[in-house]
Design a protein around this ligand. Structure first.
Ligand code: SAM
Length: 285
């Protein structure tokens, strides 16, 4: 393959693809996709459309959440046979809330060469134009689907002072914004980016309550794909400064592990079951 760098063994290229606007595919991504022998992709039909746009025909291997671990050996075998491969997801950068982590981890552990081909990712695209602080941010990906799990996760990050970034699907966006307003405070400033790089790209700004109202005002505002960015906590409560491990141990001296774990979970947003296991571990020790 003349357009790829020389390497002793074959390489897996982790290739970012557009998040909506096909013109965002980089020149390097195009070169790599046309040069590799096989393309591992999340959904072969989806990637087929991208390849058609590029005028390419390539063997594809599906690698998604449900078969990724079985595919690892097949990918290793291809690389050992000298076949260069690309890994792409349906949109954006693979492994970012997308399949690929077990594969890349296994290949790195086995000493294979893995090369990133950077490009679009919804999180960086959204942050770059939101107007919220970007010097420190936490990427939380998708929140749990159930409201109870979602609120638990939100409680765990409610004291964080850096910008919080979440991905969300259209059928959950209003529920998630409502839970955010309840747990993080309805006056917390936020920006929601919808349909980035696409025809109906929109940014909604204001407090969580304002944004919930803006999106509720017409069903068109609930269509498409969303990145939710929430300002960090401007006045974290002193509770965050409590030494929770010490408090947990003090409570354990007075209460059964289940009760102590429930109180700490409520206070910190940590998982109740994990705290309970931790308490049992301390007791055994
Ligand atoms: N790997 C992708 C990346 O690098 O951004 C993310 C894949 S994840 C399965 C899909 C989620 O990313 C969507 O539900 C949405 O939250 C966000 N997303 C992807 N494309 C987007 C777009 N064009 N506008 C807004 N959000 C987008």
């Amino acid at each position: 393959m003349s357009s790829l760098p020389d390497s002793v063994s074959a390489t897996l290229y982790v290739v970012a693809t557009p998040i909506g606007n096909l013109a965002d595919l980089t020149e390097r991504a195009r070169q790599v996709l046309s040069a590799v022998n096989i393309i591992a992709c999340e959904d072969t039909r989806h990637t087929q459309r991208l390849l058609q746009h590029l005028g390419l025909r390539k063997p594809m291997l599906s690698v998604h959440d449900h078969n990724e671990r079985e595919r690892i050996q097949q990918v290793k075998d291809h690389l050992d046979q000298g076949h260069d491969m690309a890994l792409v997801s349906d949109a954006g950068t693979p492994l970012i809330s997308d399949p690929g982590y077990p594969l890349v981890q296994a290949l790195r552990q086995a000493g294979h060469k893995v090369v990133p081909i950077p490009g679009a990712s919804a999180i960086i695209t959204a942050l770059s134009a939101a107007g919220l602080p970007t010097d420190r941010f936490t990427f939380e990906g998708f929140l749990p689907h159930k409201s109870s799990g979602r609120k638990e996760r939100l409680r765990a990050v409610s004291q964080d002072t850096c910008t919080l970034v979440f991905y969300e699907a259209k059928h959950r966006i209003l529920y998630t914004l409502a839970d955010m307003a309840e747990v993080l405070g309805d006056q917390r400033e936020a920006v929601v980016a919808r349909e980035l790089t696409k025809t109906f790209e929109s940014f909604y700004r204001g407090t969580l309550m304002d944004i919930h109202a803006q999106l509720s005002s017409h069903e068109d505002h609930q269509k498409g794909e969303f990145v939710v960015m929430v300002s960090g906590n401007q006045s974290p409560s002193p509770a965050s400064e409590i030494d929770t491990e010490r408090l947990f141990k003090l409570l354990l001296a007075e209460l059964p592990p289940k009760k102590a774990a429930a109180i700490i979970a409520e206070l910190t947003g940590e998982n109740k079951k994990e705290l309970y296991q931790k308490a049992l571990g301390w007791k055994d020790a």
